[in-house]
Design a protein around this ligand. Structure first.
Ligand code: UDP
Ligand code: MG
Length: 312
């Protein structure tokens, strides 16, 4: 019995690339179905994340043209992670592959992922071999981010985005994670089970523009940090301790100067500088606390993560 493969593709305003994406995915799927590596019941599921262009109409026509192409329409735009999750938690299949719509990830790598899965891997990560097509800025910020997250004890797979295969067991495990705002690439490694990686070269977006402007990227990075690590909170405590110790040393020093040496010049700088310095540290600390309070605020509401309007 060959496995039922489901390919989940989140799409937000992707009408320019979707026909080509569908052609290439059907091609790969067809090849694997032809020699029985995956079952004839395998499907491609396009999750329309509240697109404002003709993406849904296009998905409908793709579904009409080939029964292997299916669609899930969300009630509105909920963002990449929510769209992915909506797909993963609703579709059927023994192995679920998630891939972006823009063809930056090499679709033929799906075959390698299925091979690894058949060989026993429960999770298969697609890992970018080179990031030549990314801007130097994106490369550098990504590298720094991985480093920072690592020191905070968060286990991220290097150069892996959301191109991965999840076996049924890990999808069911994923369902158990209750957070409303899910940072998938941080959660999946926490599930455990046997994992493998496959390498590929990431290319330019086939058409259209990135749906991740810098602002969204920063939010996403912060989201990953606050949902997976409490190290920033600990750092505040540490900082508080260090500053307190320094202040204590300062008091001794001043007392010594006043009482023993009798040589303290009334100084403006020495009184104003600590005020600015401590004020800055306090505001920063309150800000970090605020990030986590905001997180608690958002998560305790237990709001639903997505609504599905229609499925094809
Ligand atoms: N996407 C989505 N909802 C959003 C933003 C993006 O479903 O609100 C999808 C988008 O259609 C694409 C994937 O997420 O399939 C990754 O987006 P993009 O390629 O624009 O990001 P980048 O590769 O530039 O980081
Ligand atoms: Mg992209």
């Amino acid at each position: 019995m060959s496995i039922v493969l489901a390919i989940v593709v989140p799409c937000y305003n992707e009408e320019e690339v979707l026909p080509e994406t569908n052609r290439r995915l059907l091609d790969v799927l067809g090849r694997m179905q032809a020699d029985g590596r995956v079952s004839p019941d395998s499907r491609i599921h396009y999750v329309d994340d509240g697109s404002k262009d003709g993406t849904w109409a296009l998905i409908e026509s793709l579904a009409a043209a080939d029964r292997r192409s299916r669609g899930i329409k969300l009630s509105r735009n909920r963002g990449h992670q929510a769209a992915l999750l909506a797909g993963l938690l609703t579709v059927e299949g023994d192995a679920l592959v998630s891939i972006d719509a823009d063809l930056q990830d090499d679709v033929t790598v799906i075959e390698a992922m299925v091979r690894e899965h058949s060989a026993g891997a429960e999770v298969v990560y697609g890992v970018r071999e080179s990031r030549q097509t990314d801007t130097a800025f994106k490369r550098q910020t990504a590298l720094t981010y991985y480093r920072v997250m690592k020191t905070m004890g968060v286990d991220l797979v290097h150069n892996h985005a959301d191109f991965r295969l999840l076996g049924r067991r890990s999808v069911e495990a994923l369902r158990e994670y209750g957070e409303v705002n899910m940072f998938l690439r941080g959660i999946v490694p926490l599930i455990g089970y046997k994992a493998a990686t496959v390498k590929y070269d990431r290319t330019e977006r086939f058409a259209g523009v990135s749906k991740y402007p810098l602002r969204k990227m920063l939010t996403f990075a912060l989201e990953g940090m606050t949902s997976l690590s409490i190290v920033p909170l600990r750092l505040i405590t540490l900082l508080g301790l260090v500053v307190s110790a320094l202040s204590f040393a300062m008091i001794i020093f001043i007392l010594y100067g006043t009482l023993v040496l009798n040589a303290v010049i009334p100084g403006w700088a020495s009184s104003v500088v600590p005020i600015y310095f401590l004020g800055g540290i306090q505001l920063l600390s309150i800000g970090i606390l605020g990030e986590y309070v905001a997180k608690i605020y958002l998560e305790t509401k237990r709001r639903p993560r997505f609504f599905i309007e229609k499925t094809l």
